[in-house]
Design a protein around this ligand. Structure first.
Ligand code: ARG
Length: 466
């Protein structure tokens, strides 16, 4: 039976060691439904080419229906000695349709064009699932941004207080990259929308089959233009893999933020009990495990991509068995994202911000120093001097263990003396609030409440359009 696929020129079956190395059903069986769909389309192509008569085609389709039924019910499963999903399904078909009819289906196709088509079908379907899960995450972040209203928080660069920003602005900064990831999947789908079925092993088929009709039955808009490219390139699998890794990285960035915000020192956010875990030894603990696992799994998603790229590098140009290694990488990514995303979305949707604490911290750490400098610029002071004068205010306040708003009118009059009229100097106080600071950053894309509301509306309409 080992010899079912290529018995003719072999005098012995595969060694046990080869069979063990070669076997892929433990991971590629999940392509069985797509394989049967491909077989159905291929049988019709054989019918149209006159290689199956009407009655044979009828029986073939019934046999494939029966095979699908047996696969669905678990009655039919790969055996230890089936090399891959295609080998197993061929065995199943022969058992149902008999050797005579069942043996006709292999004409004009190869496992090379089959597998190249199946991985595309499978990935396209799961890309849609993942895109929708990412959009759910975006919706959860956008809802949090809406709820945040005009709450201000410390905006940081290098993790140091930089300028106050709206909490909503900070949150929305995570929505845009995720929306781009979804757009990447949409763009990618247009490129992968070509079927290699009919390419045969590498050179095309001689039997007058129409690859276009097979493509259309399998949901593809077109056929790959080159049979060698169709069977041996995996750039589109790698491109999917990049997007999957990028989603992981984008989620990991927000995870890191949530982990820090959730620490006792920050106390910016509280996680819901249902989305955090306890400690087996320390009763007080409530750990951000979802964020940590998401951050950790980003490493694994990146590893899947780099492993795949390394496999593809340096392959000769047409099918080589190395290409079988594409599957586990992307299967693992899809499985990972399909469990990570719902948990992550639940965590984001249910976390509660400690808005008083955010508001209180927003202007601290001299975060309004830029506002003083910009106020001076508006009063005619060249920025170079304005930067220095504001720096002098910071130095003065820091030396006294104070914040900028603790400085007296006399402090401002004295510090600005050469540049600003004394009766005007104390008016700088007008910009010394976090709310004033964010409102003044009102150019497009800025953190002013009006701009952030515009941004939320724009993001929402993008999620709905995608
Ligand atoms: N299982 C293989 C793969 O996943 C397809 C079979 C091609 N085998 C061959 N000897 N040409 O890529």
């Amino acid at each position: 039976e080992h010899l079912a696929l290529w018995g003719g020129r072999f005098s012995s079956g595969p060694s046990a060691a080869l069979a063990k190395l070669s076997k892929s059903t433990q991971f590629d069986w999940r392509l069985a439904d797509d394989d049967i769909a491909g077989s159905r389309a291929h049988a019709r192509a054989l019918g149209r080419a006159g290689l199956l008569n009407g009655e044979e085609l009828n029986r073939m389709e019934q046999a494939l229906d029966e095979l699908q039924r047996q696969v669905d019910s678990g009655e039919f499963e790969p055996r230890e000695d089936d090399e891959d999903e295609a080998t197993a399904l061929e065995r199943g078909l022969l058992a149902i349709a008999g050797d005579e009819l069942g043996g006709k289906l292999r004409a004009g196709r190869s496992r090379n064009d089959q597998i190249a088509t199946l991985i595309r079908m499978w990935l396209r379907r799961h890309a849609r699932v993942i895109a929708n899960l990412v959009l759910d995450t975006c919706d959860a972040i956008i809802d949090q941004a809406k709820r945040a209203g005009n709450t201000v928080m410390p905006g940081r660069t290098h993790m140091q207080h930089a300028q106050p920003v709206l909490l909503a602005h900070q949150l929305m900064a995570h929505v845009w990259p995720l929306l781009r990831d979804v757009q990447r999947l949409v763009d990618w789908d247009a490129r992968i929308n070509y079927s290699p079925y009919g390419a045969g092993a590498l050179a095309g088929n001689t039997l007058g089959l129409s690859p276009m009709s097979v493509a259309q039955e399998l949901g593809f808009a077109n056929v790959t233009a080159n049979s060698i490219d169709g069977t041996s390139s995996r750039d589109l699998v790698a491109e999917f893999s990049f997007v999957a890794a990028m989603i992981g990285v984008d989620l990991s960035r927000l995870s890191e933020e949530i982990i820090i915000w959730n620490s006792q020192e920050f106390s910016f956010v509280k996680l819901d009990d249902a989305y955090s875990t306890g400690s087996s030894i320390m009763p007080q603990k409530k750990n951000p495990d979802i964020a940590e696992l998401t951050r950790g799994k980003a490493g694994r998603l990146i590893g899947d991509l780099t492993g795949l790229l390394a496999t593809l590098k340096g392959l000769p140009t047409a099918y080589a068995r190395d290409l079988q290694e594409d599957k586990e990488a992307v299967f693992d990514q899809v499985d990972t994202l399909e469990v990570v995303l719902p948990a992550f979305t639940g965590m984001v949707a249910t976390m509660v911000f400690q808005t008083e604490r955010l508001e209180q911290e927003a202007p601290t750490g001299f975060a309004l120093a830029t506002d003083i400098a910009e106020w001076l610029v508006k009063n005619g002071v060249p920025f170079r001097h304005a930067h220095e004068l504001s720096g002098a205010c910071v130095k003065l306040a820091e030396g006294r263990g104070q914040e900028l708003w603790d400085l007296t009118d006399e402090d401002f009059v004295e510090t600005f003396q050469e540049f600003v009229a004394p009766e005007l100097a104390p008016e700088v106080r007008g910009v010394l609030s976090a709310a004033g600071s964010v409102s003044s950053r009102n150019g497009k894309g800025g953190t002013a409440p009006l701009r952030v509301r515009e941004q939320i509306v724009a993001a929402k309409s993008e999620t709905e359009a995608l």
